[in-house]
Design a protein. Structure first.
Length: 458
């Protein structure tokens, strides 16, 4: 593609995104922000600024609440969050909020004006937009250097850790991220496949965050070459944000056979067996299940079947991911469940059973119940369990950390372990497992750490 063609392509994209921005009604009530967005982004305001041609101001409004706009704009379950609350969506198609958000952030990264918030105190003063929005003004106040010369350790460089680090750096803190891999990003780098999230976007976003003066120690893992006791003693506060990525098991017969894998582990380590001309069953209905199914299909599997015990309407995966998976030839068996994995040392077959959905007292949604006598057998070469992840309890126990009955790290309402200077968020404490919710926890913990440190000073 020559220079003229590239210019034409960019112009077409600008015209398309402008049309999508013009479609927004800029509602005064802001249901997309108040009801749909975990991060409370001021959506109508940033879209209004963007469609007026003021992309830099639109970015400033967005960046007061999030540092992951390029990423959340691409991978958030928009139809279940902001776009699902869009007024336009009542009688037609909702505004393409995610696409507009990523466009604004991408432009800031490309033009380099995201650095202005790092290099100046411009945001310390109230802006005309901040005065109109309480959430935004609270975030603007975070630009004041209340934590100057205070040292904070962040364990884990995923969405929660990166967000917390950025907001703490804005407050003047000296932040060090301790990351177990040689690359930051957490699930963004070691979980979500490239076809769903271009890793160059992750790299640009991470760089824009650590350019705030954040220090990074790579290949550091709690319980191995990193001591929580030492961190607690040497830092004013510690934020644990290393997530929960141990695959849950269904505890069914045959789960120990060769050829049974955990979905989270496959995606995190990117270490797959040979799927060529093989049949693979994916158990689960979330985005991890969709990512596994689509990845495995791309790696040459002859047949990929997603088995989910509830209906399609109840699948937690984003609708777009389900639609794309179907287009790619992935099969779905709704209201079916796996009961056994059969084979002589390795997976050869699976036994499944059909289910019906029953509303039980005390339950918010219908519960899948096995239909007696509906069992059937399918030939299968591999089984991938994508039924959720859990915290690595051994780490918590070895560090003497308290856990809840549901096996998450126990914290108080301030995301703090009682009697310590240690905070936690994201998957570790059982927060809704999406990037936006993890980022929200990271921002909240930054605020709680500020209150804790200032309270101790006073």
């Amino acid at each position: 593609m020559n220079e003229e063609q590239e210019t034409n392509v960019k112009q077409v994209k600008i015209e398309e995104i402008q049309e999508k921005m013009n479609y927004c009604l800029n509602c005064v009530a802001k249901p997309c922000s108040k009801n749909g967005c975990p991060l409370s982004n001021d959506i109508p305001t940033f879209i209004k600024l963007a469609k007026e041609g003021n992309l830099e101001e639109a970015y400033k409004v967005l960046s007061e609440m999030t540092v992951l706009g390029s990423i959340c704009g691409r991978i958030c379950p928009h139809q279940k969050q902001c776009e699902g609350s869009c007024v336009r969506g009542i009688k037609g198609k909702p505004v393409s909020i995610g696409e507009i958000e990523s466009y604004i952030f991408d432009n800031a990264l490309e033009k380099g004006y995201y650095k202005e918030g790092i290099e100046s105190d411009e945001h310390n003063q109230k802006s005309e937009h901040a005065e109109k929005n309480e959430n935004t003004q609270n975030a603007v106040n975070c630009r004041i250097k209340t934590l100057k010369d205070k040292k904070i350790a962040v364990v884990g460089g995923g969405p929660a850790g990166l967000t917390c680090s950025s907001f703490l750096a804005r407050k003047g803190a000296e932040v060090t991220i301790y990351e177990k891999y040689d690359k930051l990003g957490g699930i963004l780098s070691h979980g979500i496949p490239d076809f769903r999230l271009d890793k160059s976007i992750v790299e640009k976003t991470v760089n824009s965050i650590i350019e705030q003066g954040i220090r990074v120690e790579y290949n550091k893992e709690l319980g191995k070459n990193l001591s929580l006791k030492d961190l607690s003693q040497n830092y004013d506060a510690v934020f644990l944000a290393f997530g929960a990525n141990i695959p849950r098991k269904m505890v069914i017969e045959g789960e120990e056979l060769d050829g049974v894998y955990g979905g989270n582990t496959l995606l995190e380590l990117n270490c797959h067996p040979d799927y060529q001309n093989k049949s693979v069953a994916i158990i689960g209905g979330g985005n991890v299940a969709m990512d596994c199914a689509r990845t495995i299909k791309r790696l040459g599997a002859k047949r990929v079947v997603v088995i989910y015990r509830r209906s399609e309407a109840e699948m937690p995966a984003e609708v777009k991911e389900i639609v794309d998976a179907k287009k790619e030839g992935i099969e779905f068996l709704f209201q079916n469940n796996i009961t056994k994995i059969l084979g002589n040392g390795k997976v050869e077959k699976i036994e499944c059973i059909k289910t019906e959905l029953v509303q039980k007292e005390g339950e918010n949604r219908k519960v899948p119940v096995d239909i007696e006598g509906s069992n059937y057998i399918m030939n299968m070469d591999y089984v991938v369990m994508a039924v959720g992840a859990k915290v690595e309890l051994e780490i918590l126990e070895n560090e003497g950390l308290p856990s809840t009955k549901k096996k998450y790290l126990e914290v108080n309402e301030n995301c703090q372990i009682e009697g310590t200077n240690i905070f936690a968020g994201g998957d570790l404490i059982g927060t809704t497992s999406t990037v936006a919710w993890a980022a929200r926890d990271g921002r909240k913990v930054a605020n709680e750490i500020e209150k804790y440190i200032i309270g101790n000073i006073e």
